[in-house]
Design a protein around this ligand. Structure first.
Ligand code: SF4
Ligand code: SF4
Length: 268
């Protein structure tokens, strides 16, 4: 059995044909979830104040209200799909307190997700400590990048796809816990990005430990949002116009220092 590491949620049935996992009806259900998510995101894209965020550091309350709904819909859709797999005897091993995948560097975050995580981190009341941890992890990331590229002045915020893959793999081998991980729990669990919600394993959870000898043989897959959702995220990115890194740690640091200047977001 081979499962793709990158499975588009909309295409999951087609991507895993040998498993015959998802019927046409289930694909239609998932597609409805995706369309609803995209509609909420497009409403956000049309809201006033996104382009002024850089200077005013405030956003309409509707942004967070709608985005919360988007994330809930995403979770509902993945749970629906996992339920369909369970129904066919295919059991995903992920559990809430399972945190080996928090040794990965979350990548591919949209501006809105970075703002969402930043808001969540401000609510923890541990912003200073988290900022220090973000800096430490970014230093490791930079060190890895320097070692791989051999250039001091290479732009790390926008690596090529190939460079990024290699960096992500090397980073995972360091077994560095995410700055938000505390005693196997995520401090920003409610505000974690899609990258942290879409990763699943069919193998025993301890195989996800990068140091486990079976790690490379574990069957893991991602349920990524479909094109309509990705397009809507891109529209929002354009409205914000912040041009910040899609790597969670780097993007959060840019947001914290360059834009928010350590202040919480004002919701109006
Ligand atoms: S992907 Fe692996 S480490 Fe992450 S929750 Fe699932 S079983 Fe646990
Ligand atoms: S943000 Fe939370 S869920 Fe995501 S990697 Fe960090 S600790 Fe894990």
């Amino acid at each position: 059995m081979r499962v793709s590491e990158e499975v588009e949620m909309e295409d999951v049935g087609r991507s895993l044909p040998s498993l015959d996992l998802v019927e046409e009806f289930s694909c239609r259900v998932i597609s409805r979830y995706q369309k609803k998510m995209a509609l909420y995101l497009l409403e956000i894209a049309g809201m006033d104040g996104l382009s002024r965020f850089r200077t005013e550091r405030s956003l309409p309350f509707g942004v967070i209200k709608h985005f919360r709904r988007v994330m809930d819909l995403f979770d509902e859709s993945t749970q629906y799909l996992l339920g369909q797999l369970r129904h066919r005897g295919i059991i995903v091993q992920c559990k809430p307190d399972c945190s080996y995948c928090c040794f990965n560097m979350p990548y591919g975050l949209s501006t809105l997700e970075l703002i969402w995580v930043y808001h969540g981190s401000c609510l923890t009341g541990k912003s200073s400590r988290l900022f220090r941890r973000l800096l430490e992890v970014e230093e490791l990331w930079e060190e890895l990048r320097r070692r791989r590229s051999g250039h001091e002045d290479h732009d790390t915020s926008h690596p090529s796809a190939c460079e990024r893959e290699e960096l992500l793999k090397s980073y995972q081998k360091l077994c560095q816990p995410c700055p938000f991980l505390q005693e196997s729990s995520c401090l920003v669990y409610r505000y974690r990005p899609i990258a942290c919600r879409m990763h699943f394993s069919l193998s025993p959870s301890y195989w996800c430990n990068p140091r486990h000898f079976q790690h490379d043989h574990a069957v893991r897959f991602n349920l990524e949002p479909g094109d309509c959702v990705q397009d809507a995220f891109e529209q929002i990115d354009e409205r914000f116009g912040l041009n910040i890194s899609h790597t969670m740690i780097c993007g959060l640091l840019e947001l914290t220092v360059n834009i928010m200047q350590f202040e919480p977001i004002r919701w109006t």
